[in-house]
Each structure stands twice: as C-alpha cells, then as structure tokens.
Design a protein around this ligand. Sequence first.
Ligand SMILES: Nc1ncnc2c1ncn2[C@@H]1O[C@H](COP(=O)(O)OP(=O)(O)OP(=O)(O)O)[C@@H](O)[C@H]1O
Length: 720
Amino acid sequence: MPTILADTFTSSLGKLSNAEQKQAKLSAFDLQADPSRPGLQMHRVDKSRDPNFWSLRVSRDLRIIVHRSGDSVLLAYVGHHDDAYDWAIRRRIEVHPTTGSLQIAEVREAVVELDRPRAAQQSGFDFDGGTDADVEGAGDATSGRGSEDDRRSAPKSAPRPIFVALDGEALSSVGVPQDWVDDIRQASEDRFLDLAEHLPPEAAEALLVYAATGQLPPAEPASAEAQADPFQHPDTRRRFRVLDGAEELAAALEWPFEKWAVFLHPSQRAVAERRFRGPARVAGSAGTGKTVVALHRVMAALRADPQARVLLTSFSDPLAAALKRKLKVLTAARPDMLERVLVAPFLQVAKQLHTLATGREPTLASNALVDSLLRRGAEDAGETASDNFLRSEWHHVVDAWQITDVETYGTIPRMGRKSRLSASRRASLWPIFERVRTELAQRAVMTEAALFSAVTDAWTNRGDSPFDHIVVDEAQDLGVAELRMLAAIAPEGDDALFFAGDLGQRIFQQPFSWRGLGVDVRGRSSTLRVNYRTSHQIRRAADRLLPQALRDTDGLEDDRRGVVSVFDGVEPQIVLAESEEDETTAVAAFLMAQVEAGTAPAEIGLFVRDNSQRPRALAAVAAAGLCGAETGEADRTGPIVDTMHLAKGLEFRSVVVLGCDEDALPSMERLSSVSDEFELDEVMATERQLLYVACTRARDYLLVTGVSPGSVFIEEMAAG
Ligand SMILES: Nc1ncnc2c1ncn2[C@@H]1O[C@H](COP(=O)(O)OP(=O)(O)OP(=O)(O)O)[C@@H](O)[C@H]1O
C-alpha cells in the first residue's frame, strides 16, 4: 500500500519536541509497514466533513491524522490531541474540480464555526484563525511595530473589494475551493492577506499576483498524465509525495524543517527536471528558491546517470559549505551519491584542476603584494591616479582579462563605460601593469584570475572534462576569469552548465557579456516568482530598492514584478536616529523585544556596511545583554554581527541592518574613487543591491537604522 506524505505533516512534525518527533516517526513507520496491524489504534474523526480522516494514537497525548482512501494511506498531520482533531475537523482532502490537483482545503464553514468565539470579540468575522501562530505578538512599544491586536483594532480604511471583477469560473481556474469564492470576491486588500492563509497555496499565489498586477497568471494546462492521475498534477506534487519505502519515509522525515528537500513548487520542479540543450540559468529575486533548484538539478543529474560526476560551485567558502550541508540532506537516503559531487568554491576548483594539469600546486599572490606593486609602479612612473583607480583598472580589466600587451589593452571594452580610456592614457598606464605582471612572474606567484586563466588554457580543446555537469550558484557574482574557466572545463552535451543567480544581488563583480565568452543562456532562462523566505511586508519594502526590471549586458531582461511571498508578517521598521547613541538604544530595544517574544538570539543577524561600523552593532548587542558572533563561528549562541557582504547565503528570523547613514551607504570611499558616470552608476547599483541582500536575509522581522538624515536608500525603502 503506498504511503503518501503531506507537507502539512512535515511542518507539524517540525513543531514537536525532539522526543515527540521520535515517537511520531516510529508510529508513522509502523503504519507504513502494515496499516492494518491490530495494535494500531485508529479512530475516524467523526466531526470532520471529510469521512476519510482518521486519528492514529501515538501516545497519551499525541495523534497522527491519517487520510485513508482507496488503497493508500496519507500522513496528513501530527499534533497534540485537541490540536490534531481541530486540524482534521477544519479540512478536507479532495481533487479540485477545475484544476484537477489534490488539495488540502480548509472547510469554510468549519473555520467560521471554530473561530466564532474568538471572532465574536471583534467587529465582524476575522479570517485569521490564529492556528498557525506564525505572527507572534512581538510588536510592542519598544519595537514600535504595533501588535497584532493593534492591527486588528485599528480602524480600517474603506474596504474596497479587489477581486469583484473575477467570476467564480476565473477563481476556480486558479484552484480556489468553491466554498471560498464569495468571501474572496468581497475581500479588500487588507482582509485578503488574512484570507489567503486559508486557501491552497496555488490559489493564494495567483490572487496575490492579481492583486499586484491586475492579471491572473496564465493557468498551465495540465498534462494528459496529470489529468488521468491527480498525483501527477504539479500542484499536487508541491504538497504530497508518494513514498517508495521505509528508507524514503525515514529520509523525508529526518529534517522536517527542510521542506524544500521534499516538496518543490511546480515552477521549481519544472526547472530542476528540465533538459537543456545548452547553458541555462534560473533567475528570481531573493528567497525564491534558486539555490534549492540548483541542488535539485544536481540530484536529477546524479539520478539520471549513475556514473555522472557533478561540480556544484559558488564564489566563497561559506557558500560552498552551505551547499554541501544542504546536499547532504538531499542525499540522506543515498549517501553514495554525495561521493560523485565536488562541492567547492571557484577558487578551490581552479587550484585542484591546476594541480591535476601541471602536477604543481599554485601559489597565489596576496592582494597586499599586488597593491604594493601597483603603488611602486605608479610612483616610479610618476603616475598621479588614485590607488583605487589603479586597483580597479588592474582588477577589472588587465588582470580579469589577462591582458599581456598594450595593444590588447586598447581592445578590451571596459564594461558599460560610455568612453574608453584614451590611447595615450592607456599607453601611460600600461608600463605600471606590465611591471606588476613581470614582478609577479619573477616571484612565481599568480593572481586568482591568472590561475583561472591557466586552468582555462589547460582545458581548452583538451576534449575531456573533469565533470559531466556543472551547477553554479550565486552566478551573478561570477567574474570574467571564473566564467571562462567554467566554460572551458564544461563538457560537450546537454545539461553541461547551469547557473542560478539574481542580477539584483550582484555585489562583487562588474557586469560583462556572457555571450562574448560563448555562454549564451538566452532562450534557456527561467524566473522563479514565489518567495519562500521573506514575509510579504519585508519583501515589498526590499523590492522598492531595485528597479522592476534589470537587464544584463547581453540584453536579457530580468522582470522582477509579480513575485509573491508564501506568508504574511509585520511591516519592517525603519528608524532614523538623532545620534549613534540613540541608534544603539533603538536597536537594543528591538533585540530585547525579539528575545522576549521568543526569538533565539542565534536567529538574529545584524549587518553593517563595513568593519568600521561593527562597534556600533556590537554596542547595541551588548546593551541588549547579548553576545555577538561572526559568520561561520561554530556553536554560536548569540546573534551574528557582520558586514553586509558576508550576508549572502544566510537567513535569520530577525535582521537588523544598522549604520545606514548618509555618508556610509553608498560607501563614501567608493564614491570618491569613481572616475566617470559609468562607475558612479555601478557604485550606486551595487551599494543598493548590497542593502537589498542584507534586508532579504530576514524571514519575519526587519529593522533598518541609521543616523539622521540617513542613507538615500532608506528613503527609497520607506516610500511605500
Ligand atoms: N519548495 C520549497 N518549500 C519550502 N521551502 C522552500 C522551498 N524552496 C525554497 N524554500 C526555502 O526558501 C528559502 C530561500 O531559498 P533559497 O536560498 O534557495 O532561495 P534563493 O532564491 O537562492 O535566495 P537568495 O537569492 O536570497 O540567495 C530557504 O529557506 C529555503 O529552504
């Protein structure tokens, strides 16, 4: 008899204590082994509108809610006695008559009945049943966010129904259950966010898109397979997984918090499983699950070919370490698969391949050495350009493109610049760069770009490739030399190169043409639009920092509109303080309120623009009676305090971005070094993107602070 796992079971399991989880899992395994075993105590949930709900006794107080129909057993929910029954009474599991997907639908009548005592205290029916308790009463006078009670009792502006133009058929086409149609047609925007929590996610997402854009997303026609079998429907597969045996069940329940490992959004699954005949990429704003797709693509490649060797790579050690941790979750049932994947940052890949090709380990030049050679060269040449200019020219042009002579120096376009450096300027600069190259060679050391180039040269036209598939995460921060290397080591054939990235989060590298390097993802690019990490409110505020559409150097447009979050929260808070001391007081008050409301200190991240502001963050942490830690610190119990550049790859329940002063963000040091309009645009874009990256690490709570008048970006965020 097949066992089916619902995502609601996984989420509810994750809310139990470790001991309870163990008991619940044992009962689930027993049930899977033999659902008709006499020892299993099962009772039909009589009060449920769905006759197929049964409760399975786990212990005196714990119950698993099982849905039995046909010859299958579906694990639907687990919880304490009353909670579990309450859950089953409110729901039914059925095939939606229009979409054909299998849904766990909330029964409107039951929701109203069960919520009546609570709703009676308020004016009219409040759709927020409060069962999920996702939004805690963390708002108080000190946090300044306004509590849930405040939100409920605040006078609402004249409610304007937002879905009246949609008839029952249109609502049904996106999966709205029949009994909710009237409520939705009458819902105002405010009320809809509460209401959405009661709808199947595909319906809530489609209506949120409609609320934001005035258009329902086009319904994907179900395949013949999905029409014949609701379990093949993409919307069914995002919440139910048919399990093959005890091992699969054990693996699926091992990490109940990691729901992404088992349940994918249809748009994620489509990209994770698609076959691409050339380089492909997945885009999407922060938190839309690009990394999750990258990881599932690795798994798809490993499954499809038992011999396949895969490279999963990104730009830093911490990112690679995080990818490896997640891949371990996915390979829990098949640890042997992990052995066929190299998970490493670009640089380590290059070092390994260089050693393989030459038999020698490369020695890298330090940044300090390069800087000192540049400075000395400039002094000797009587050059007056700033250190920043020389460093940027070396790093982004001469070294990145591995230019070896002044003629080639003239042919390399400095990306996006309206004007090139004049021939005479290049001629006067070239001896400085040439000297750096010579001195590095004399010392037998290489820059990172030189190492990438050496590997590129070694593998170009070699005819073999160390990997069958290459998957790159955070691809927006690939540099020229790195991309060249990846293209050179990629094999011929399908699914050779896959990139996950967001142009809006580019914070390290300058843009350049991928096509120019032979990596053309046009026609093989998909965009994810469901944000799993960040509440509606935080996402909306962060989105205001970036344009609605971004275009890369090859003209590929990244349309950022129509993104929805899967959960609702509280508005982010923005504080412009009179002084640094006042900022410290405000941040400390926020931290204390968070901890008091139940947020573990380790679930909080504080980010500043640069190290000089770190003491400000540490002062606030200390004033809140906490102890700050750095990214990557093992066994930390306190909040992370770090720079915004190190925020990538992290996520927290609560985030504070502080020190957003007028002269700190954008960075004055960077602004003062710009030499033309392009560089100015580039600095402004990447500084804005940096703030976007930091803010979008937050799941539920976000505080952004600075000393008045504050960063220009704060104004943009606040202008909602
Ligand atoms: N299908 C899913 N089900 C549940 N959670 C998911 C799903 N997909 C992604 N998530 C969760 O959403 C969060 C963001 O996912 P992920 O890191 O893959 O997004 P991203 O697009 O790579 O973000 P960023 O651009 O900020 O790096 C993670 O906590 C992840 O576990």
